[in-house]
Design a protein around this ligand. Sequence first.
Ligand SMILES: [Zn+2]
Ligand SMILES: [Zn+2]
Length: 239
Amino acid sequence: MIQFDLHVHSIFSLCGIHTVLELLERAKAIGMKGFAVTDHGLTMGGRLNNPFFERFKSPCPEVKILKGVECNLIDETGKIDIPYIFMPFLDVVLLGAHPNTAKNLGREKYTDMLVAAIDKNPCVDIITHPNDPHYPVDYRRLAREAKARGVALELNNSKILYSRSEIKEAEVLVDACLEEGCGIAVCSDTHAIHELGTDESVRPILKAAGFPEELIVNRDEESAIAFIEGRRKNKAFSG
Ligand SMILES: [Zn+2]
Ligand SMILES: [Zn+2]
């Protein structure tokens, strides 16, 4: 189980089906230490709202709740849909290619776009599901560029659990991170409550690769918080 899950959708995403409090109850019941609520940015219909970012505090001291967003890759200039108005409240910023990103541009182009995006937006902490088959990337190059900026690549449990990406692709991704010394965030990408904290589909891949625990940025609560706090300087207001 992931102690501190950094990629979780609530009902504030069009594709999420649970409230933050339902997620919190589940996290508490299974003994998690915390999770980040990372609903989709506005171009994917995310319903990010002021009260959650400005006023909400976890009512359960045993389970920390971080506030985040999963931004979308907009175009080749590296533009993303980061909600600048919430920047002062954001603990974690994810970035991924989703159905609103142009299709069939090829491995080189998608890699160029993601590198441009992390270059232009230092607030991005984690690139989600780089093994999405619709938006192929050069794993080695992306891992090298991510590492240079302290950004982690995600190993997404749901993509493997639901067979939305070949296991082989996740293996190549993990090997690339190993070769380049790039950090990995192991995340569930929860949309349904039983997925919270799950990593069973990707753990064997890390184990088979001999991937070192110390390169997993959320290997426990302490490392997850240290990763987030270490990157907070990048959340200075901009835009
Ligand atoms: Zn995503
Ligand atoms: Zn997601």
